[in-house]
Design a protein. Structure first.
Length: 263
């Protein structure tokens, strides 16, 4: 049986890079990535696994044509598409909703929310083709606790993540007969550039109590390593069942325990 083919967005660093490594090293997948920058870390991963296992497309998830390009590239190279992991996103624009520049709203929504549709519309025909009653095709949305919270200055980010959860529920209903599973995963608070950005920029916009929380997690060494939720998300992309479709689920949920990172 051929190894699964997965499209992953935002693989250049942090959580996305950890998901890519787990897909390649643990699950033997073939991975097509879409991101704005081909970082040294992603280049090193590509050199390690080789062009037969990983295909990198440089582009913006906010552009429908770039999303179509990675789908076409993956299917042209490997002849199938089994899973999609929608990881790319940005915390910006960071600021109170009363002050957020109006010209930043559409770009933020395109990057964090509409990009999911930009990729899934061209991907779905291939996912349906790959699905079977024994093994569904899978779509994993990387969500956030912000989807159900209300951090000051995170309004646009929270809106987008809540929208991804809604997409997961709706797609689960619409595609159940096609045996395509949609799962929205809450990955926890991870030691990535996003957290560094919060520590640098947050004090001018976020509530002091929220800043204390994130600063304390960093100072106390309690931020998650990207590999911890990354391994679970990768495993879900390869093995999650249709019974989970439509759920918003914490990465630590016992139903995902089989894919936890093993150091």
């Amino acid at each position: 049986m051929p190894s699964p083919v997965v499209i992953l967005t935002g693989a250049s660093r942090g959580l996305g890079l950890a998901i890519a490594r787990s897909l390649l090293s643990v699950h033997g997948a073939r991975v097509a990535t879409l991101q704005r920058t081909l970082t040294p870390e992603l280049e090193a991963l590509t050199s390690e696994f080789g062009p037969d296992r990983i295909l990198n497309v440089t582009g913006s998830v906010a552009k429908p044509e770039d999303n179509a390009k990675v789908v076409d590239a993956a299917v042209s190279k490997w002849g199938q598409l089994d899973s999609v992991v929608l990881n790319a996103g940005t915390l910006d624009p960071l600021g109170k909703l009363a002050d957020v520049p109006l010209d930043s709203l559409v770009p933020a929504l395109e990057t964090n929310l509409l990009s999911a549709l930009y990729l899934l519309q061209p991907a779905l025909p291939h996912l349906r083709k790959a699905a079977s009653s024994a093994a569904p095709a899978r779509v994993i949305f990387v969500s956030s606790g912000a989807a159900v919270g209300g951090y000051q200055a995170w309004g646009m980010y929270s809106l987008a993540k809540a929208g991804l959860n809604s997409f997961a529920r709706t797609f689960a209903s619409e595609e159940r007969e096609a045996n395509v599973a949609f799962l929205s995963v809450r990955p926890g608070v991870i030691d990535t550039q996003m957290q560094a950005h919060i520590r640098a920029v947050g004090p001018g916009a976020m509530a002091p109590t929220d800043m204390t929380k994130f600063n304390s997690l960093h100072a106390d060494g309690k931020l998650l390593r990207p590999e911890q939720p990354g391994s679970v998300i990768a495993g879900a992309a390869i093995g999650a069942g249709l019974e989970l479709s439509g759920e918003f689920i914490n990465w630590e949920d016992e139903r995902l325990a089989a894919w936890r990172w093993k150091q």
